[in-house]
Design a protein around this ligand. Structure first.
Ligand SMILES: [Zn+2]
Length: 278
């Protein structure tokens, strides 16, 4: 286990959890200086793990696409101006759901994913996805990275290579989970804590340490707090101590609007979106 924070080098670190949901031998630490949360081990989720498609090994591709459709559409709508008539690269393509949506508006879409087991699926959906960034000689208007950064052990060289693949004035868009999610910091839900920390999320970022990581490499235009899950999901975690509350409870749109505003203002949303440029 590292004695200091890999981001700010502070030795002021604290154990915040024994064990993660899929491995009781991996602990979670937090840097009390910059707030970065990190796992005691990282080699369980190395490049080989992703290359062999182990993260999604048990997934049925149809159900997987169905489960990400809301997020894929939200991202495409929200980021429309970065997509329309642009050349896009989605780094960490996964099931390709975002590219399938973005294709309707973009000039061209490409993907990059380590997982070779998905190549057949990409081909079937007419998606051009390569397994390494080095295979791209072209540059892009927009590079997206949805819930990928937290899986990368050494993010700085990856961000630097992505920047090199951007056209002048191109945008790098990064979405990550927020370590200051209300379920953790406001409600201190043990059930959610036991669920959310897992062996593939090597780091958990907040808006401050995300800036610290990215600022030396790219220009940050804005960091936006986004709430993916409605208040009924939070009711589920707090009342039933399990996921899926938004599928069990009826949702009121006005209450959800006000609740989302509150989470944004207090910076306790579940998700962060960074818009950066080179
Ligand atoms: Zn730190």
């Amino acid at each position: 286990m590292e004695e200091k924070c890999r981001l700010c080098n502070s030795k002021n670190i604290k154990l915040i959890k024994n064990g993660v949901r899929d491995n009781k031998n991996i602990d979670v630490f937090k840097c009390l200086n910059c707030g970065l949360e990190f796992l005691s081990n990282t080699h369980q989720a190395d490049e080989k793990y992703y290359e062999q498609g182990q993260m999604h090994a048990s997934y049925n591709i149809k159900n997987w696409l169905k489960s990400t459709l809301t997020d894929d559409k939200r991202r495409t709508d929200y980021l429309r101006k970065y997509i329309t008539n642009k050349n896009i690269l989605d780094f960490g393509t996964g099931n390709g759901g975002f590219l399938i949506q973005a294709k309707k508006y973009a000039k061209s879409v490409y993907g990059c994913d380590l997982d070779k087991s998905l190549n057949e699926h990409y081909k079937n959906n007419n998606l051009e996805v390569k397994n390494s960034l080095n295979e791209f000689s072209e540059k892009f208007d927009t590079i997206t990275m949805f819930h990928v950064l937290e899986h990368i052990e050494n993010p700085e060289p990856v961000i630097t290579s992505l920047k090199e693949h951007l056209k002048p004035n191109g945008n790098l868009i990064i979405e990550v989970p927020n370590s200051e999610d209300a379920l953790l910091t406001l409600y201190k839900s043990e059930a959610f804590k036991n669920f959310t920390y897992w062996s593939c999320h090597l780091y958990a970022y907040n808006s401050m340490n995300l800036q610290r990581l990215l600022k030396p490499i790219v220009k940050i235009n804005k960091i936006i707090h986004i709430q993916r899950y409605p208040y009924t999901n939070h009711i589920g975690w707090l009342k039933d101590k399990k996921a899926g509350g938004h599928k069990r409870y009826h949702q009121n749109k006005i209450i959800n609007f006000v609740y989302t505003m509150f989470l944004k203002l207090t910076k306790k949303t579940d998700t962060l979106l960074v818009i950066a440029s080179c």
